[in-house]
Design a protein around this ligand. Structure first.
Ligand SMILES: Nc1ncnc2c1ncn2[C@@H]1O[C@H](COP(=O)(O)OP(=O)(O)OP(=O)(O)O)[C@@H](O)[C@H]1O
Ligand SMILES: [Zn+2]
Ligand SMILES: [Zn+2]
Length: 754
């Protein structure tokens, strides 16, 4: 420690705005040398001098408290600083950028399990009692009586010991069928303690080094030069299947050989098992995997391994951007366009924004990778914020799959009421006959089965949320997807008493039933929220499909991400336009990304592939450009619309979301806040220059969990000077709102306005 330092600046571990500043404490002589920047301490606080925890963020030679008032640090809580010194400036930056408390930023950087005690967890698991041929015989025998029971056995043959809920969700089997199997003595159900292993698959050893494509080589050379220099921001725009993962791995390898460390961000660990697996098999023990599915204990263990610098590479979802590495050289963001990089809880940070700042502070290289960059990122790349690296070809010069657009209105005219057009039906039959595989996407959002009355048009909604309920076939109930409430199926219309009340639309469950009916011989596996609620379910489904144990993978948008299955020769999009109708300025962008990504799953192997897109809006440009794999075409069109209507990146939107139980009070608060803001803007030339518009609106999701939702949207010109001025204004605004009973949330980077 520098001589003369006797004071420590401490941030108290109490999340309250009035305590959000640095407090000075004396470092007692016996703690000299132990009190370091980033270390956790216990200090007396307040008039009662109760002991609280805090983090040392500064060491000073003078204090802002008179000497007779200043208190002393009581003790040091760790052997080493939990936050590396290089990350300390990130705390005040986050406070500014995301309007959060310093301690909220610090909590992102430290594991929640630092002091928590960890509970054991138990689950009911289903096991086969016997193995081998006898099970096959039983399957054949029981299939004639109950296809559910046969399905359960088939599932257990693939993997023994599956949580009961998952068996039910995957097979759709009622509990009685499972109990029947248990009574026959064929299976058993055991209550077991779950041992949570963060990554339970063997790395596949024996991956032979690849001969790089010319584009890959160029990309890596460019990145290597930047790594040697120690800075640079890059966007790798590579078409689906161009081999971006290989570029990530080799760039990471270069960084490691320069004695630097690497963070690799993926949208969600469970949905990108192949990417994670490739890093794992390349870096072995020197890689740490961080994600939210870890128990506190596991999380803490991984964090400690990272903190003690035992790893070179950290792979994880958005929170991994805070990995406490001391020799950070490279941050890679895979599928950088994904919304999951934005935190939807306090602090509302964006992992790409944090990555930018960390790279600047710590002299590291930033690499954003995607086949479909967000419009804003691509715009920034054109402006020079990122250096663009393009990969236009798939590896081995495999062609991008041809895409056929099917107009579903014509199908109905022709009398086809099935969910499959003639074209997609024939293509599926062909795939099955050849023993190949297919992926079917049903983007269920806004298209789920809702229940409505044919006489009066009444739609059954949740009492708490004012959102249409979704019909679930397996237990014949109606569920609210926002608050989880369950309702019985109404026998008559609650509004008019008519008995012509029925479910409409189609969800993944019904799609699965229909496909099984059309192709009884097909082995279909479904992947959606219902079949993946248990730990490890994603990986099990993807692995089973990857190993060829199923013919068709049917799922929601969660199947669109980065999967690499060479045997998939057909991708079908059952309803491409469902996401076009969301009341959000990004709905075209989201639709284009989704279709392009899922189409990119086809034809990744030597057998080639094709894509069929079913839609009611075949002429929509998002669908047309996606069908041509034309990112730049889509970008050029969409960016002009954004420019014309002053949507981001030509504006910056600040969202103040307000929620409360009394609608009248809430409206009053929203309108009052808007008027107050307007008045403030009038009084300041900078604010006035920067403003595009302010409005108070009811949110598209009007009510969730019995709470009404309103929002004040402030649209400003995107220059830094205005952003800063509006940050100050929001500070004032929040202070003003501090006492109100409604919940208010200010979001500086809203990714959704729903
Ligand atoms: N140089 C190479 N030679 C041969 N095969 C390669 C090479 N590079 C990558 N591959 C293989 O090509 C396939 C596609 O690569 P990868 O999954 O990295 O593509 P991607 O660009 O990430 O695509 P997406 O954006 O669709 O996820 C993988 O099976 C990968 O192992
Ligand atoms: Zn609800
Ligand atoms: Zn009715």
């Amino acid at each position: 420690m520098e001589s003369g330092v006797v004071y420590a600046g401490v941030i108290i571990d109490q999340a309250h705005p009035s305590l959000d500043r640095v407090f000075h404490y004396i470092i007692p002589t016996e703690l000299k040398g132990k009190v370091q920047i980033g270390i956790r301490v216990q200090v007396p606080f307040g008039v009662s001098n109760r002991m609280v925890e805090g983090y040392v963020v500064r060491l000073d030679t003078a204090a802002d408290v008179p000497n007779d008032k200043i208190k002393a640090i009581d003790r040091v809580l760790d052997d080493y600083p939990v936050i590396p010194q290089s990350m300390i400036p990130l705390i005040s930056w986050m406070k500014e950028e995301y309007h959060c408390l310093s301690i909220e930023a610090i909590r992102c950087m430290t594991p929640p399990g630092l002091r928590a005690n960890i509970k054991k967890k138990t689950q009911r698991l289903v096991y086969l009692n016997d193995q081998g041929d006898v099970v096959e015989e039983r399957i054949n025998y029981i299939a004639r009586k109950s296809s559910y029971m046969a399905d359960v056995l088939r599932l257990l043959v693939q993997q023994d010991g599956i949580p009961l809920e998952e068996v039910r969700a995957v097979t759709g089997a009622p509990l009685s069928s499972i109990k029947n199997l248990e009574k026959r003595g064929w299976i058993r159900i055991e209550q077991q303690e779950v041992y949570r292993n963060p990554w339970n698959y063997e790395p596949d050893i024996g991956v032979q080094p690849k001969v790089l494509t010319a584009e890959q080589r160029l990309a890596i050379e460019t990145l290597e030069a930047a790594l040697t220099r120690g800075y640079g921001k890059f966007m790798l725009q590579g078409v689906t299947g161009s081999g971006k993962t290989e570029v990530y791995i080799q760039a990471a390898q270069k960084a490691v050989s320069l004695n630097k460390q690497v963070i690799v961000l993926v949208p969600e660990i469970s949905l990108t098992p192949q990417t994670v697996e490739r890093f794992k098999s390349h870096f072995g023990e020197r890689v740490a995997i961080l994600h939210s599915g870890l128990s506190l204990g596991e999380r803490y263990d991984e964090w400690r391994r990272i903190r003690s610098q035992k790893v070179d590479v950290v792979v994880g979802a958005r929170s991994a951007v805070f990995a406490p590495l001391e020799r950070l050289g490279l941050i890679i963001v895979d599928e950088a366009h994904e919304d999951s990089y934005k935190s939807d809880m306090q602090p509302r940070y964006h992992a790409v924004g944090v990555a930018h700042k960390r790279c600047e502070l710590e002299g590291a290289v930033l690499l954003l990778g995607s086949a479909t960059p967000s419009l804003t990122d691509y715009y920034l790349a054109e402006k020079g914020t990122y250096k663009m690296i393009k990969m236009k070809y798939r590896v081995d010069h495999r062609p991008l799959p041809p895409v056929e657009i099917v107009d579903m209105r014509k199908e109905i005219e022709l009398g086809n009421r099935s969910i499959l057009s003639g074209s997609l039906y024939r293509a599926l039959a062909d795939v099955l006959q050849k023993g190949e595989q297919a992926i079917l996407l049903l983007n269920r959002r806004g298209y789920a089965q809702f229940v409505s009355c044919r006489s009066c048009g009444f739609v059954v909604k949740c009492h708490n949320c004012d959102i249409s309920l979704t019909y679930h076939a397996y237990d014949k109930t109606l569920k609210c997807h926002y608050c989880g409430a369950n309702y019985p199926y109404p026998r008559v219309c609650p509004a008019c008493g008519s008995k012509y009340i029925k479910h409409f639309g189609i969800g993944t469950q019904r799609a699965e039933e229909e496909i099984k009916k059309l192709f009884p011989q097909a082995r279909v596996i479904r992947m959606d929220m219902d079949t993946t609620s248990t730990k490890g379910a994603h990986q099990r489904i993807l692995r089973a499909f990857g190993e060829g144990r199923y013919d068709i993978l049917l799922g929601t948008q969660m199947i669109a991400k980065g999967l690499d299955f060479p045997r998939v020769t057909l991708v079908g999009v059952i309803a491409a336009d469902t996401s076009l109708h969301l009341p959000d300025y990004r709905s075209s962008e989201k639709t284009f990304q989704l279709i392009t990504q899922v189409a990119g799953r086809a034809g990744r192997g030597p057998r080639g592939g094709r894509v069929i897109i079913q839609t009611y809006q075949p002429q929509h440009y998002a669908i047309q450009f996606a069908a041509r794999h034309d990112y730049v075409g889509f970008y050029s069109r969409e960016i002009e619309i954004r420019r014309q209507f002053l949507y981001p990146p030509f504006s910056h939107i600040i969202r103040i979301l307000m929620m409360g139980e009394k609608e009248d009070d809430l409206i009053r608060l929203a309108v009052d806040t808007r008027d107050w803001l307007k008045q403030k803007v009038e009084g300041s030339p900078v604010l006035k220059q920067g403003l595009i518009d302010i409005g108070a609106y009811s949110a598209p999701l009007e009510r969730i969990n019995n709470r009404y939702r309103w929002q004040v949207l402030v649209r400003i010109r995107p220059d830094d000077i205005y952003k800063q001025a509006y940050h100050r204004l929001m500070d004032e605004c929040l202070e003003r709102l501090m006492g109100v009973k409604e919940t208010t949330i200010v979001d500086f980077y809203p990714v959704s306005l729903l």
